[in-house]
Design a protein around this ligand. Sequence first.
Ligand code: ZN
Length: 344
Amino acid sequence: MSNDILSIDGIDISLGETIKIELPIIKLYTDTNMSMPIYIRRGKRPGPTLFVSAAIHGDELNGIEIISRLINSKYMDKIRGTLIAVPVVNGYGVLSQSRYLPDRRDLNRSFPGSKRGSLAGRVADRFLTEVVSKADYGIDLHTGSLHRSNLPQIRGNLDDQDILGMAKAFGVPVILNSNSRDGSLRECANDVGAKVILYEAGEALRFDELSIRAGVKGIIGVMRHLGMLSKSRRKKSLPEPRIARSSSWIRATDSGFTTHLKALGDLVENNELLAQIKDPYGEVLDEVVCKKGGIIIGKQNIPLVQEGDAMYHIAHFSSPDEVAEYVESMQDELMENDQAFPLD
Ligand SMILES: [Zn+2]
């Protein structure tokens, strides 16, 4: 797919060109047209084609800001090959501040979709046909769901060496192996020839600065790894990311109001106290305890829980203390100044 001809929705884009396309998708019932905004930047020099997508879940907004900073950065003048950036895949969900599509389906469970399928299936098919199948590689940007936040992490099928290479190049502390067959973009992208990793960071309906900075830096790292940008001259300051051996959820043992004692990125040990669940009078109903030690990579933020709610997502590593150190150094490195990121 490298090179001379790239055509999206019947529009030919040559090497050296930068354009924005409004890809028509199913209109709203108010007879209002709907489109998927696509930014295409082709370097003068040939190279791989990478797509970056955000807001497949309409309430996951961090990725929109990540793409905005990326395409307005100085790096765009230097790229080899082609970047296809889609800041809002599910515009319907963004409008209604919802994860889902108007037919209440989850777009990321509706791939590959089809031209004659459900609304979700038709949008999935359009995105897969006009964007994903035109690319060699992809990075799909997500956040935690409503009232939950994730520590910056990469997920992908790590049995694939290309994907493993991209995951490491992204340079966040935690990598999770994930190769389920679930109708997700990541799974179907592989069938149309694009290797895709998923970036998970932050919380739905919020901009989280650390997650945004780690995301921009991560995409630039992957572009360097793929030869789309030249290698950084700066010495690598961070260690190699760690692949989790497994992960598990800690669920609420009772219903009530929660006081969280631990934060994202914390190293927790077996039997360590994570939170208390209290009744409205402040009486402790139960204590939430870590069953298997690791790093907290996902966490509920709302202080209301019902029995069975997933409260903490814990990733298990062979050397969790090194991961905890990495988390700290990432925070120091990315948040050391309050100027706009990426820096020139
Ligand atoms: Zn998502």
